[in-house]
Design a protein around this ligand. Structure first.
Ligand SMILES: Cc1cc2nc3c(=O)[nH]c(=O)nc-3n(C[C@H](O)[C@H](O)[C@H](O)COP(=O)(O)O)c2cc1C
Length: 277
């Protein structure tokens, strides 16, 4: 498929001897290097962090954890994290199956009697009124990802930003075809072929799938930027269902200002409901 699109695929050799980034020893060395910088917060996802990481987090900053189910929330709070991010299935990137609207109150109720840990809501939050809704449910704040992808400062290409504007929420699919674990990303012939084509060998487990996908998708981006229409079709990136709410590309400052005014408007709307009584 890539060759048909005129895309050059760079082959990656996997050496048995090379340490992999997920190797616990390598991860600890990366953490030590990271903590030489003034880090205020360290967030862990895809499982309970090892005790050494929580200790380092407590010494240098605040250890936080992303969770997608109430059971994960309980495990993380028991392990000692100080902030929980309850991330619903709407989110871009690796995500679980429970929606933000259900997960936030479920996580809050589950940890209530263990420890007083602030819960940030995540997944699908693209504006200030959604932020107000999450805080109305008891979240201490929100944690966002996809909304920043449609900003002038983001790492995304202009082509991907345009595809975000064109997409609806149903175009953000939860598939394994980029990392090997279910991760929400923009539907394209890349995701469709890996998931649904009878010729697909299926995704490799994490972290091997990224070795297949990352170089190939970088080539796709380059070919698309060079004007190759088939490569443009293939372009994909992690993004959540909130992509359906993207109407234009803004500056990051513009997003913050919009969040503030939308939050205020939402709170005023709710207050007006009380005034009417
Ligand atoms: C492009 C992209 C990359 C992400 N990478 C990571 C990551 O490396 N580690 C992680 O814990 N979460 C990652 N996430 C998830 C975000 O931290 C955040 O929880 C999520 O984007 C929130 O949902 P939203 O995208 O609907 O705002 C990523 C999300 C996106 C969109």
């Amino acid at each position: 498929m890539l060759e048909n699109a005129g895309v050059q695929v760079i082959e990656t050799e996997i050496s048995d001897e090379r340490q992999q980034p997920f190797d616990p020893e390598t991860a600890l060395r990366v953490l030590e290097a990271a903590f030489e910088h003034p880090i205020k917060l360290i967030a862990n996802a895809l499982g309970v962090p090892p005790p050494a990481m929580i200790e380092m987090g407590k010494k240098h900053g605040v250890p936080a954890a992303l969770v997608g189910a109430k059971e994960h929330a309980i495990r993380q709070v028991n392990a000692g994290v100080d902030i929980l991010v309850a991330q619903g299935t709407e989110a871009g990137g690796h995500c679980g199956e429970v929606a933000t609207m259900v997960l936030v109150p479920e996580a809050l109720a589950a940890i209530k009697n263990i420890r007083d840990v602030p819960v940030l809501a995540a997944g699908g939050i693209m504006n200030g009124s959604q932020m107000a809704a999450c805080m109305a449910m008891g979240a201490a704040g929100v944690w966002t990802g996809s909304v920043w992808l449609a900003t002038t400062e983001s790492e995304t290409s202009e082509i991907f930003r345009q595809k975000m504007i064109e997409a609806s929420s149903r175009d953000a699919v939860r598939v394994r075809s980029r990392t090997g674990k279910p991760a929400r990303q923009l539907r394209s012939p890349w995701t469709e072929s890996w998931e649904r084509s009878p010729e697909s060998p299926g995704a490799l487990p994490m972290p091997l799938m990224s070795l297949v996908s990352e170089n190939a998708l970088r080539s796709v981006e380059r070919a698309a930027a060079g004007g190759n229409d088939k490569a443009r079709d293939l372009v994909t990136y992690f993004v959540g269902q909130g992509v359906g709410l993207v109407e234009n590309v803004r500056s990051a400052t513009g997003v913050v200002q919009d969040f503030k005014s939308e939050f205020l408007e939402a709170v005023e709307r709710m207050n007006a409901l009380l005034d009417d009584e």
